[in-house]
Design a protein around this ligand. Structure first.
Ligand code: HEC
Ligand code: HEC
Ligand code: HEC
Ligand code: HEC
Length: 207
């Protein structure tokens, strides 16, 4: 009997430990349910809608937030960069609908007026020349040309799978390569993977 209850307690402990590791959007910086500008009290609605979604960005998941009208962003360049940076595309455009600081947070579901814009360091602005490159194709050819990048089809330590499968969308590096918008991993800074010891950076950079 004692043995069974010990085993049972042990299993419960494991179950609770696992629960502890599983995090959610609720309570994160992207939980807008208690914001005064969001009278719906819902979380997802600020970014997603089941109907009448904005389909102008390819692969946008049922998008509900007003996209930024910014036509030209200044992208990161350097003499050692091997990739070609175009304008932000894919899911990065979705992030920039709030994080370029030009669209009010309450501009979702067709609302076009509002005064609550992001402020402070969470605003990247429309000049992305001081930000890590995004919306660039990261393939084996780039890894070879760069010389200091892992082949994106190589296995990922920790997350399983490959860099391409876990961190790229349609072969491209986006904001979501490093960030987890829904806080599923529960890591500070909405990161996809901990950056302790620069682990996040070293996932792709072979330094
Ligand atoms: C701050 C904006 C934001 C909020 C709030 C948000 N999402 Fe998302 N969601 C995104 C973005 C951006 C993507 C696409 C990029 C990505 O998957 O990282 C996405 C992708 C998705 C996807 C498709 C890809 C996947 O991860 O399966 C689903 C499903 C989804 N969201 C569901 C939800 C639900 C349900 C909620 C509310 C509980 C929610 N999201 C809240 C921004 C948001
Ligand atoms: C609907 C607007 C909206 C969208 C879309 C959005 N964010 Fe945010 N984000 C916010 C707000 C609001 C905050 C909190 C700002 C603050 O605390 O001052 C935030 C905070 C953050 C933070 C800081 C988190 C922390 O806890 O330190 C990161 C990182 C972030 N967002 C990344 C992203 C990425 C990546 C995407 C796209 C995949 C995205 N966001 C899409 C509104 C948005
Ligand atoms: C190469 C990886 C990488 C990419 C790509 C990336 N970020 Fe980040 N971002 C980080 C790291 C690392 C931090 C620091 C997180 C921490 O320690 O809190 C960060 C921090 C942030 C913060 C919080 C800034 C602050 O001082 O509060 C925001 C907001 C943010 N990122 C948004 C974005 C958006 C939007 C994009 C795409 C345009 C993006 N990030 C692309 C790695 C990245
Ligand atoms: C998902 C993969 C990935 C992650 C994670 C990542 N990077 Fe990168 N990084 C790249 C790619 C791809 C390039 C473009 C390289 C090129 O074009 O030569 C790049 C470019 C850079 C550059 C510019 C290189 C140049 O020649 O100008 C620097 C610096 C850099 N990353 C640092 C970081 C740091 C620091 C981190 C962690 C916070 C990080 N990266 C995380 C993939 C990644």
């Amino acid at each position: 009997m004692k043995k069974i209850s010990f085993t049972f307690t042990f299993i419960c402990l494991i179950a609770f430990t696992q629960l502890g590791f599983s995090q959610h959007i609720a309570g994160s910086s992207h939980d807008f349910s208690t914001k005064t500008w969001n009278t719906s009290g819902e979380i997802c609605i600020v970014c997603h809608t089941p109907h009448n979604a904005n389909t102008s960005v390819s692969d946008a998941p049922l998008w509900n937030h007003t996209l930024s009208a910014t036509a030209t962003y200044t992208m990161y360049t350097s003499s050692t960069l091997n990739s070609t940076a175009g304008q932000p595309d894919g899911s990065s455009k979705l992030c920039l609908s709030c994080h370029d600081g030009t669209v009010a947070l309450e501009n979702f579901g067709g609302v076009t007026t509002g005064t609550n814009l992001l402020t402070g360091t969470t605003v990247l602005g429309t000049n992305l020349s001081n930000d890590h490159p995004i919306s660039i194709t990261y393939d084996a050819a780039l890894a070879t040309a760069d010389g200091g990048l892992h082949n994106p089809s190589s296995a990922l330590s920790g997350l399983g799978g490959t860099i391409a499968a876990n961190m790229l969308t349609a072969g491209k590096m986006q904001c979501s390569s490093c960030h987890d918008v829904h806080n599923s991993a529960g890591i500070n800074g909405l990161l996809k993977k901990t950056n302790a010891g620069s682990a996040l950076c070293l996932t792709c950079h072979n330094k």
